[in-house]
Design a protein around this ligand. Structure first.
Ligand code: MCA
Ligand code: AMP
Length: 503
């Protein structure tokens, strides 16, 4: 046995290239330096008593060190659990408790607040800062650079990524070494990634898009990355000239399109622009081609499945579609009630099967059984159809979910917090079109008898438990919520009523 994921992503190309990560301050990090850092981190994990299969949670700003924690986990057979930096202490506590993480690494600036939250869990707390300092970094200074990778087969767990649900708490999607490696190799192959590629990387590295799609695909091909801490318009424009490829959520593309500096000349040397995580409007696709001469390549995936479909690299990239199933991935459209397969051209629920599909939800066998069929097909909750050329179109969702700037937001989580407010009788949270974020959150509330809800107070109160990007951008008081004869809130009517509020 060996550790194919580590060998293919991190070790395989070492020494072939001088620079592997280019940072905005002009510094570069070579493969060799990165591997040494990952080796020190992996040895530190072992010295701290962590053993293969245990979970390491990380909530830090994007940096080469953060990526090295991921590499160290893969190398040491540990399960990497990245967390959105926007999560509040309440949210973090749930993930640490649910995963049983033995180690939680956070930023020094949030240490006190988070230490208080996680003190009753079995996780020890260390810090790692964007400048490379922190208690974990200090421990690692005394560790050896070289670590012999722990043997891991394809079924070993590599990562636990939490994804919320329409009901209940977040679920940890268990992703195996083979899930990650097979998807990275397939995408690198069909998108023609090579060691000459330089990816402009401005996505966060705590979700599938920035961590597994952008990073793994570049690494498996031996390419390098311009590693920006976050999306910053000026930095994007400044660094574009040095890149060959870029991946982003639709908001990246609409923002760049609105910038007069972003034009044909600036992008003339670029090889590929990839979009995903949320629907790319056909008009964005068309405007992008008019302005730059490039057709954006749109693909579709999920936390539980990595990527499922992609528009072709050489064939027609069709606006408004997510392309064709990836090699090795089976995709079918089924009747949401009966599960029977529907004919092409018919709208139904998208189901996928392949080496990309996760192993199940962490310690939630019933949730796993609800969404992952015995025959290996995963029920995505997305509604779509397959057209006569085999292209997949996503036409809606069979799950109550909002995608704002590429982040998934589950209304249920916000409604539960709103409903706890003394001035609120009940609430319905919906997504409405937004020019920058694609969709944004609106909270429709019914006041408790005789109350006049104070919006600022409500927002302050729920923000204690909720990451800021999930907060409603608008609250509206209504006398009552529209319901059907079964008593279910008709969100469709509400979405229709408020659809122009931000446009
Ligand atoms: C930031 N804010 C947001 C969002 N991002 N509000 C709503 N939706 C958002 N996406 C709020 C912050 O809370 C803050 O609010 C204010 O905006 C400024 O924050 P800042 O960080 O400066 O915002 P930004 O730089 O404008 O960020 C927008 C962004 C970012 C660049 C679009 O959200 C982003 O990088 N999104 C990518 C998400 C992503 O990687 N998704 C992939 C998931 P306040 O002022 O109130 O504090 S993986 C996935 O979906 C699947 C698998 C797939 O297919 O890829
Ligand atoms: P997540 O659960 O964060 O992994 O988000 C996955 C969801 O994002 C999918 O189930 C889709 O609803 C959505 N998604 C991802 N890529 C696309 C795309 N290209 N077009 C439309 N929706 C997408």
């Amino acid at each position: 046995m060996s550790n194919l994921l580590f060998d293919n992503l991190f070790a395989g190309h070492a020494g072939k290239k001088t620079a592997f990560l280019h940072l905005p301050d002009g510094r570069t990090i070579s493969h060799g330096e990165f591997l040494q850092m990952a080796g020190r981190f992996a040895n530190t994990f072992t010295r701290m008593g962590l053993t293969p299969g245990e979970r390491v949670a990380l909530q830090v700003e994007k940096s080469p060190q953060a990526l090295a924690v991921y590499a160290a986990c893969v190398q040491a057979g540990l399960v990497f659990l990245p967390l959105n930096t926007a999560y509040t202490a309440n949210e973090v506590l749930y993930f640490i408790e649910n995963s049983g993480a033995k180690l939680f690494i956070c930023q020094g600036s949030r240490k006190d607040e988070l230490a208080e939250a996680v003190k009753q869990t079995c996780a020890s707390l260390e810090t790692l800062n964007i400048d490379g300092s922190g208690t974990f970094a200090t421990r690692a200074n005394n560790s050896n650079d070289v670590f012999i990778p722990v043997d891991c087969d394809g079924e070993s767990l590599a990562a636990l990524l939490y994804t919320s649900g329409t009901t209940g708490r977040s679920k940890g999607a268990m992703l195996t070494h083979n899930n990650l490696l097979s998807n990275a190799q397939t995408l690198a192959d069909i998108w023609k990634f090579s060691a000459d590629d330089v990816l402009l990387h401005a996505l966060p590295i705590f979700h599938t898009h920035g961590l597994f799609v952008a990073t793994n695909v570049t690494l498996v091909a031996g390419g390098s990355m311009l590693f920006l801490p976050k999306f910053d318009q000026d930095e994007m424009i400044k660094n574009m000239a040095r890149a060959t490829t870029m991946m982003g959520v639709p908001t990246f593309y609409t923002r760049l399109l609105n910038d007069p500096r972003f034009d044909r000349e600036l992008t003339s040397h670029m090889r590929l622009f990839v979009s995903g995580s949320a629907p790319l409007l056909s008009e964005t696709h068309v405007q992008f081609e008019e302005k730059t001469g490039h057709r954006i390549l749109e693909r579709y995936g999920m936390t539980e499945t990595n990527m499922n479909t992609s528009n072709p690299y050489d064939g027609e990239r069709r606006a408004g579609t997510v392309g064709l199933p990836l090699p090795g991935v089976e995709l079918k459209i089924t009747d949401a009630t009966t599960g029977t397969t529907l004919a092409d051209g018919t709208i139904g629920e998208i189901e996928v099967r392949g080496p990309n599909v996760f192993k199940g939800y962490w310690q939630m066998p019933e949730k796993t059984a609800e969404e992952l069929r015995g025959d290996g097909f995963f029920i995505t909750g997305d509604l779509g159809l397959i057209d006569e050329q085999g292209y997949v179109h996503i036409v809606g969702r069979n799950k109550d979910m909002i995608i704002s700037g590429g982040y998934n937001i589950y209304p249920k989580e916000i409604e539960s917090l709103l409903d706890e407010q003394p001035d609120i009788l009940e609430s319905a949270v919906i997504g409405v079109p937004h020019p920058d974020f694609g969709e944004t959150v609106v909270g429709i509330i019914v006041a408790a008898n005789g109350s006049t809800p104070d919006f600022d107070h409500i927002t302050r109160s729920i923000s204690k438990s909720l990451a800021r990007y999930k907060l409603p951008k608008k609250l509206v008081v209504v006398p009552d919520l529209p319901r059907n004869t079964m008593g279910k809130v008709q969100k469709k009517l509400l979405r229709e009523k408020y659809k122009s509020d931000f446009m």
